[in-house]
Design a protein around this ligand. Structure first.
Ligand code: HEM
Length: 161
C-alpha cells in the first residue's frame, strides 16, 4: 500500500525562475532586429520623418536595443555605458513631440515586432504594447520645450505584471 504522506515528503524538482521578458523575446539579437526594423520605419514614415529626418544616426539602433534590453530584465548596459535614465530623457528634450507622432511611433514599433519575428503570445504582446504606451507618453512629456528631463530614478524595469 502506498504511504499517503509520501507525495508530500518526496523531493520536488527545483522551481525554475520565470524567464524575464528579455529572455522570452530572444535576448539581445532579437532586440537588435527589432530596433533595426523600428528605426527603418522612423526614417521612412511620413509622420515620423518629421522628427527623425531621413538620415540614420550612428548608434541609434544599438542604443535603442540596449535600452530595451535593460528595461525588459537584461543586462544593465544602458546604465553602465550610455548614461542611464537621465540620458534617455535628454535624448528627447525639446523635440516637441505630438500625439499623432507618438501614436505612429507605437504603431511602427508593433509592426516592427512582427517583422523581427518576436514571440506572438498574448501575454508578451500585451506587456510589450503597454510598455510602448507608457514609455512613449513620457517621451512626449519630456520633449515639450522647457520640460524637466532630470531624474534620479534608475532605468525602469518592465516585468510580466
Ligand atoms: C518607449 C518609448 C521610447 C523609447 C524606448 C525611445 C528610445 C530612444 C533612444 C534609446 C534614443 C537615443 C538614441 C541614440 O542614442 O542615438 C532615442 C532618441 C530619439 N527618439 Fe526616442 N524613444 C521613445 C519614444 C519616442 C517617440 C514617441 C518619439 C517620436 C515620435 C521618439 C523620437 C526620438 C528622436 C527624434 C530621437 C533623437 C534622434 C536620434 O537619436 O536619431 N522617441 N529614443
Amino acid at each position: 500500500m502506498t504511504d499517503p504522506s509520501a507525495a508530500a515528503t518526496a523531493p520536488q524538482p527545483e522551481a525554475q525562475p520565470e524567464p524575464t521578458i528579455f529572455q522570452h523575446l530572444g535576448g539581445a539579437p532579437a532586440l537588435v532586429k527589432l530596433a533595426e526594423a523600428q528605426y527603418r520605419r522612423c526614417l521612412t514614415d511620413p509622420v515620423l520623418t518629421q522628427v527623425f529626418g531621413t538620415e540614420p544616426r550612428p548608434g541609434h539602433v544599438e542604443h535603442l536595443a540596449t535600452w530595451l534590453g535593460e528595461v525588459f530584465g537584461g543586462p544593465d548596459d544602458y546604465t553602465q555605458q550610455l548614461g542611464g535614465h537621465g540620458a534617455l530623457l535628454r535624448h528627447h528634450a525639446n523635440l516637441g513631440l505630438t500625439e499623432p507622432q507618438r501614436q505612429r511611433f507605437v504603431e511602427a514599433f508593433l509592426a516592427a515586432a512582427d517583422e523581427a519575428g518576436l514571440p506572438g503570445d498574448e501575454r508578451f504582446r500585451r506587456r510589450f504594447a503597454e510598455y510602448l504606451e507608457w514609455g512613449s507618453q513620457i517621451a512626449v512629456e519630456v520633449s515639450q520645450p522647457g520640460a524637466d528631463t532630470s531624474t534620479d530614478q534608475p532605468v525602469p524595469q518592465w516585468g510580466w505584471s
